[in-house]
Design a protein around this ligand. Structure first.
Ligand code: FMN
Length: 365
C-alpha cells in the first residue's frame, strides 16, 4: 500500500526511510517550572519514531519568544538536557527529529513575558482576535486576548537572529538531527512578512524583499551554524488567523522558496491553510512553488494516506506531514503500511494535562 508515501527520500544530509512526517504539534506538557522537556515527553516522541522525520512541537528560542504557558523552550541548560532525553529516546527507536524553533512575536502578553514586558513585533499593531495562554497572578491558567506589542528597533534584530542561532546550537548539542525555522502561523517571522502586520519604513518593512529580510537573515545565520542540509523552514501562505491578512501571500512564499533553494536548505514545509478554515491552495500556486524550490517540498494539512501518496506520485510534493493523525496513532506508518484503521484524536486532551490523550493511544499490537 502507498508505495510512494512509504518510499525513502533524502532530506539534506539525512536519508529518511519514508515520507510520512510527524507535524509540529504543541501539546503544552513541558515540565514546570522552567518549561523543560520530561521523560513523559520523551516517551511520547519515541512512540512516534516510525515517522520519516519527527518535527518537534514549537519550542521558544527565548523567554521573549513565548506566548503560551507550558510550551517547551530551548534557551536554558535544563531545557537542553530535557531535549537530550527526547532525542536519545527517539534515536534508540531508530527515529530522526527536527526541533521547531519559535518566536511568537505579538502573540503574547506581559503576563507571560520576562519582567512583565510588552511583547515585541515588527510594528505596534495588535493581533485582532488572537489569544495567548497564560497563568494569571492568582495561579489560574487562561486563554486571554494578546496585548498591544512594542515595535522592535532595527538595532534589536541582530539579537533576535542571535537567539535563533543560540537555539540552533542548543538543538545540535541536544542531539536533534535538524531544525525547522517556524516562519508560519502568524508568529514573529510571518508578522514581518505579512502586509498587514508590518508597517515599518526601515530595511525590514515596505517591499516584499524588506519584509522577508529577517527570515533570510535567520536562515543564513542558522545555516552557517548547522549547514544547509540540517535546516528546514515552515511557511503558511494564506494563513488567516492571529490577525494575519497578507496581500502578497503567494508572491512572498515564491520569493522565499527561490531564496531557500539558492541556499540549498534541506526542506520547505508548507502548512496549508484550509484545515483551519482558510482557503485551499490552488494547483497553480503549488506548481509554482515546486518550480521555485529544488529541495524536499513537504505539505501538511488534512491529508490521508491516499491523498498524500497521490500528491507524491504526481510530483506535487516529496513528503507529507500529519498532525492530528499522529496525535492519535503513534504507529501511523505501520497503520498506513497495513491499510489499518486509524484511532480518532480527542481534542479535549490536545493541550495540557498528563499521559491521558498523550502517551496512551493504542498501537495495533
Ligand atoms: C493540537 C495542535 C497543535 C499544533 N501545534 C503546532 C505547532 O506547534 N507548530 C506548528 O507549526 N503547527 C502546529 N499545528 C498545526 C499542525 O502542524 C498542522 O499544520 C495541522 O494540524 C494540519 O494538519 P493535520 O490535518 O494533519 O492535522 C498544531 C495543530 C494542532 C491540531
Amino acid at each position: 500500500m502507498y508505495t510512494h508515501l512509504l518510499s525513502p527520500v533524502d532530506a539534506g544530509s539525512t536519508t529518511l526511510p519514508n515520507r510520512v512526517f510527524m507535524a509540529p504539534l504543541t501539546r503544552s506538557r513541558a515540565g514546570q517550572p522552567g518549561d523543560v522537556p520530561t521523560a513523559m515527553n520523551a516517551e511520547y516522541y519515541a512512540q512516534r519514531a516510525g515517522a520519516g522525520l519527527i518535527i518537534s512541537e514549537a519550542t521558544q528560542i527565548s523567554r521573549q519568544g513565548q506566548g503560551y504557558a507550558w510550551t517547551p523552550g530551548i534557551h536554558s541548560d535544563e531545557q537542553e538536557a530535557g531535549w537530550r532525553l527526547v532525542t536519545d529516546a527517539v534515536h534508540a527507536k531508530g527515529g530522526r527529529m527536527a526541533a521547531q524553533l519559535w518566536h511568537v512575536g505579538r502573540i503574547s502578553h506581559p503576563l507571560i513575558q520576562p519582567d512583565g514586558a510588552d511583547p515585541v513585533a515588527p510594528s505596534a499593531i495588535v493581533a485582532e482576535g488572537a489569544k495567548c495562554f497564560v497563568v494569571q497572578p492568582d495561579g489560574t491558567p487562561a486563554n486571554i486576548p494578546t496585548a498591544m506589542p512594542r515595535a522592535l528597533e532595527a538595532s534589536e534584530i541582530p539579537g533576535i537572529v542571535g537567539d535563533y542561532v543560540q537555539a540552533a546550537k542548543r538543538a545540535d548539542r541536544a542531539g536533534f538531527d535538524m531544525v525547522e525555522i517556524h516562519a508560519a502561523n502568524g508568529y514573529l517571522l510571518q508578522q514581518f512578512l505579512a502586509t498587514n502586520s508590518n508597517a515599518r519604513t526601515d530595511q525590514y518593512g515596505g517591499s516584499l524583499e524588506n519584509r522577508a529580510r529577517i527570515i533570510l537573515e535567520v536562515v543564513d545565520a542558522v545555516v552557517a551554524e548547522l549547514g544547509a542540509g540540517r535546516v528546514g523552514v515552515r511557511l503558511s501562505p494564506h494563513f488567516a488567523a492571529h490577525g494575519i491578512a497578507d496581500e502578497d501571500a503567494e508572491d512572498s512564499a515564491l520569493y522565499l522558496a527561490r531564496e531557500f533553494s539558492k541556499r540549498g536548505i534541506a526542506y520547505l514545509h508548507i502548512a496549508e491553510p484550509d484545515w483551519a478554515g482558510g482557503p485551499k491552495l490552488t494547483d497553480d500556486f503549488r506548481g509554482a512553488l515546486r518550480k521555485q524550490f529544488q529541495g524536499l517540498l513537504v505539505f501538511c494539512g488534512g491529508y490521508s494516506a491516499a491523498t498524500a501518496d497521490a500528491l507524491i506520485r504526481d510530483g506535487g510534493g516529496d513528503a507529507v506531514a500529519f498532525g492530528r493523525p499522529y496525535i492519535a496513532n503513534p504507529d501511523l506508518v505501520e497503520r498506513f503500511r497495513l491499510g489499518a484503521e486509524l484511532n480518532e484524536p480527542d481534542p479535549s486532551t490536545f493541550y495540557g494535562g498528563g499521559e491521558r490523550g498523550y502517551t496512551d493511544y493504542p498501537t495495533l499490537d
